[in-house]
Design a binder for this molecule. Structure first.
Ligand SMILES: [Mg+2]
Length: 215
């Protein structure tokens, strides 16, 4: 990982779930359980059908919510409040990661397909609160999800960031395609690498990767 690849960067954009905490925490499992329950209750379908729809909408539209909005005109606010009502006990503070994020030169922001209040709670549970200049959720993208380019455009316009001087860290490789097309650097943060021109770097250890940039 050539350090100079990031020397032009003045804005560091982080996804939240499974990026700023490891997938081994399985925090998102709790959200998936609540999404499935919500689909069962709201659409009146059984567990198997609800589980199928949750995954089908994620694959087709980028998030389950996006599918529910497109196909069932679901009101996003109560849904988002309900599915994020989970326990954060599985998360532990990561002071080394905090130090490395703090050492990044420039603006540091979170952009999640969840909500900003949820991201605040996750960041606090990881000991990362106070490190970010801004936190954006799906509510800042007119409830359009990543990977849609329009969602990124809403958030990045609001933030006034220069995409050619920004880098995106994200576990879902789909969500790096639009940033790459907009001229951003991209880092895929996941246990397994994937191939694609839109993936500039891969790491299975965000903290170690940032340590090589800032060290
Ligand atoms: Mg994620």
């Amino acid at each position: 990982m050539p350090k100079h690849a990031f020397s032009h960067v003045d804005t560091w954009v982080f996804d939240l779930d499974n990026t700023l905490y490891p997938p081994s925490a399985r925090l998102f499992d709790q959200i998936e359980v609540r999404m499935t329950r919500w689909v069962m209750d709201t659409l009146g379908v059984d567990h198997a059908r609800a589980n199928y729809l949750r995954k089908h909408y994620w694959h087709t539209y980028g998030t389950t919510l996006a599918g529910l909005m497109r196909e069932h005109s679901v009101d996003p606010a109560p849904y988002l409040h309900d599915v994020h009502d989970i326990s954060f006990d599985v998360l532990t503070p990561d002071p080394v990661l905090a130090d490395r994020i703090r050492a990044l030169p420039g603006r540091r922001i979170i952009y999640t397909n969840g909500t900003a209040p949820y991201a605040e709670r996750v960041a606090a549970a990881r000991g990362l609160d106070g490190l970010f200049d801004a936190i954006y959720g799906v509510e800042h993208a007119q409830f359009l999800p990543k990977p849609e380019r329009a969602a990124f455009e809403h958030v990045f316009t609001t933030d006034k960031l220069d995409a050619t001087k920004a880098v995106m860290f994200e576990d879902d490789a789909r969500n790096l395609a639009a940033p790459h097309a907009m001229g951003m650097g991209t880092v895929h943060v996941a246990p397994e690498p994937q191939t694609g021109d839109h993936i500039h770097f891969h790491t299975d250890d965000l903290s170690a990767f940032l340590g090589r940039i800032t060290g």
